[in-house]
Design a protein around this ligand. Structure first.
Ligand SMILES: [Zn+2]
Length: 374
């Protein structure tokens, strides 16, 4: 029985889709095929079980999220992920939470997979105004196995656009630049600045001719201090550079200060990247997973102090127009494309209804009948 004033029970499940790949309605939400089936008891309380009327398969409310088959509270999972992106090592987390090292490592790998998926899906279609690229040196296992974390930053929105872990060679430089270009939109020639590594010049002259104004900042150090700074313009003319800098809200000259400052939250946010620490990564997959978690946290969860407008603190994704609010890790992990489609459909339907109401009111005011429109 449906109580007056309450929506039908089925309407709550419109955002859910059948996970069975053999089902004709697999992955399609809003079809009315998902119904509430029953509950099952866990150590954390009871969870809802859903059923697809089309294929008859049942699935639980946490299906398709990292919380599926989790034998601990979801809040503990979120807490472990939060500790990870604040630079706490896995062994320290295992000690604090009285858990096995392997469980924490497995949770973090799982969280990294979902976070990377979310970041790849959401981080698209922002405007590239000014780009800076840099690398962080670290090692895997022993100090002889040097590895680099290559990053690009969109300066205006402070978006951490792309990250690649691997040797510092042309292939990886090309990969990080192409990944950045695939995600962003180019409406005008943007300013691209890097350090003096020669591979950037090769990549820029092969991939970015006519797309950007490219310059390098070469710092010469003496006794661990910067003694001389050389700025080289390699793509574009001086007049074009001056015009771009005139329109830039952040830079007044060719510099890499924003990406160098950005290296600080990266180093602080990963236990693997601390200096003089025994917590270095033992395997490349672990470092890649940390970077995926940290990228999502930096772009969508953590408010950026440089993006403070009055009392409002924005995340880089908010500033770039990729999100309408600051996300939490719970929302990142439970976020599914089907739910977004459902929200868009509801918003579009409301908008259409509102437009029709306005038309009806205008026609009524002008003394016409609304049926004459058709
Ligand atoms: Zn089904």
């Amino acid at each position: 029985m449906i109580l007056p004033g309450f929506p039908p029970k089925q309407s709550k499940n419109l955002s859910r889709a059948c996970p069975n790949p053999d089902c004709p309605l697999s992955g399609q939400s809003g079809k009315g095929n998902i119904i509430c089936h029953s509950f099952y008891i866990t150590t954390q309380g009871r969870r809802r079980l859903y059923r697809c009327k089309e294929c008859g398969r049942t699935f639980c409310s946490t299906y398709g999220t990292p919380y599926d088959r989790l034998h601990k509270p979801r809040s503990l999972f979120d807490e472990v992920v939060h500790m990870c992106v604040h630079g706490v090592a896995i062994s320290a987390m295992a000690q604090i939470k009285q858990m096995a090292w392997g469980t924490v490592a497995r949770w973090l790998q799982l969280a990294a997979t979902y976070a990377e998926r979310f970041n790849n899906r959401m981080l698209k279609g922002f405007l590239i105004h000014e780009l800076q690229a840099d690398e962080i040196r670290t090692f895997i296992g022993s100090k002889k196995r040097v590895i680099w974390v290559l990053t690009t930053l969109e300066v205006w929105s402070r978006l951490w656009v792309s990250v690649v872990v691997g040797p510092r060679n042309f292939r990886h430089i090309k990969r990080v630049i192409l990944s950045t270009l695939q995600r962003g939109l180019i409406q005008h020639r943007f300013l691209f600045t890097t350090d003096g590594f020669e591979m950037y010049e090769w990549a820029a002259k092969r991939l970015l001719v006519g797309v950007c104004i490219f310059g390098q900042v070469i710092k010469k150090r003496r006794e661990n201090r910067v003694a001389q700074v050389d700025r080289r313009l390699l793509l574009g003319t001086n007049a074009e550079l001056e015009e771009t800098l005139f329109h830039s809200e952040d830079s007044s000259t060719l510099d890499t200060s924003f990406i160098e400052r950005h290296n600080l939250p990266i180093r602080q946010g990963s236990a693997y990247l601390g200096r003089r620490t025994p917590c270095h990564a033992r395997r490349t997959e672990f470092l890649v997973g940390h970077m995926a978690l940290l990228t999502t946290y930096y772009n969508f969860v953590r408010p950026h102090m440089a993006l403070k407008f009055g009392k409002t603190l924005r995340t880089p994704a908010l500033q770039a127009g990729l999100a309408k609010k600051r996300f939490s890790f719970r929302e990142v992990f439970t976020n599914q494309p089907a739910f977004f489609l459902f929200v868009l459909v509801v918003l579009a339907a409301r908008h259409c209804r509102f437009e029709l109401q306005i038309v009806s009111v205008r026609l009524w005011e002008s003394g016409q009948d609304s049926t004459t429109l058709a």
